[in-house]
Design a protein around this ligand. Sequence first.
Ligand SMILES: C[S@@+](CC[C@H](N)C(=O)[O-])C[C@H]1O[C@@H](n2cnc3c(N)ncnc32)[C@H](O)[C@@H]1O
Length: 308
Amino acid sequence: MFIEKLKKIFDLCQKRKRLVRKGGRIIERIVLPLKSALKKYFPRLIHIITSRPKYCKNYKKICMLAYKYDSVFNTFKRHKDYRRVLEHVTDKQGQAYLDIIKEEGKDLLKYFSKFKENDMYGDPLEYTYEVGEFSPTTLRYIKVLCDLKNIFGDLNSLDIIEIGGGYGGQCKIISDVFNYHSYTIVDLNEVLPLIHKYLVKLNVKNVNYLTQYQIKRNRTYDLVISNYAFSECIKDVQNYYVNHILNRTKKGYITYNYDNSRTTISHPILPYNKKEITQILSRKHAIRIIDEKPKTNPLNFIIIWQKK
Ligand SMILES: C[S@@+](CC[C@H](N)C(=O)[O-])C[C@H]1O[C@@H](n2cnc3c(N)ncnc32)[C@H](O)[C@@H]1O
């Protein structure tokens, strides 16, 4: 009787697991390519859709629940509302990131077993690469580290600030290689507790967690990083970050994933387009624009600067 019951529970769990995997594959093969195509031709529309309060609310809710309950934390990277915002890097893009790392960051290959720890929590979708099973999102964080290392050199002893830290993956990957002096993550109030929980579990040290309103006016940083985050904020919030962080930081690496220049010259609320943001940052820094590689959207680009 008891064995029968156990068997039933086991069968149910297997069935649920298969359904989750099937759901993941549908998102991977149909939803994401469709979203990518729509983004290419209707960037403004897609920005508005994904910024709709309903999605924001659900994303924040998952973050708060993952912080509160281990059962949610154990699988948060697979949740559909979470994957609308993060964890949507495809298998193929993961391979492209790995190819770049092998080409431009060979010395990082020895850290791969340490990097792999980033897939220990949240049950991300993983794929098999020649370096083993990896989530493509982790490979993207390693590729960003590869860029940072090649552009800025040694990150040891720096005060780093990241705007929009996701769950803290980029911070974890950087901490595996560099002994920074401090790493400050600025994110939403509802998201910071999850980042804190995640990084404590991985034993990542010297991290500060701030909302935008907690940034100290007289505090300066050596390097600002923001990937797919600063560029998704509305103009008012972007202005705040420009004045309080970007203008005052000597080195910068910003992946800019929104460009509304095709549809409108300037919009009062939506994020700055490429022309506007490059003009604004050029007032304070000698910026360079480099390609996002691989391109996850034809309009994406990376802004970098460093003062000698
Ligand atoms: C698309 S995710 C990118 C996360 C991470 N940078 C990465 O590359 O995976 C956008 C991030 O920006 C955060 N975010 C949204 N609004 C923000 C704001 N006003 N200030 C700071 N972060 C914000 C989100 O919570 C999320 O962590």
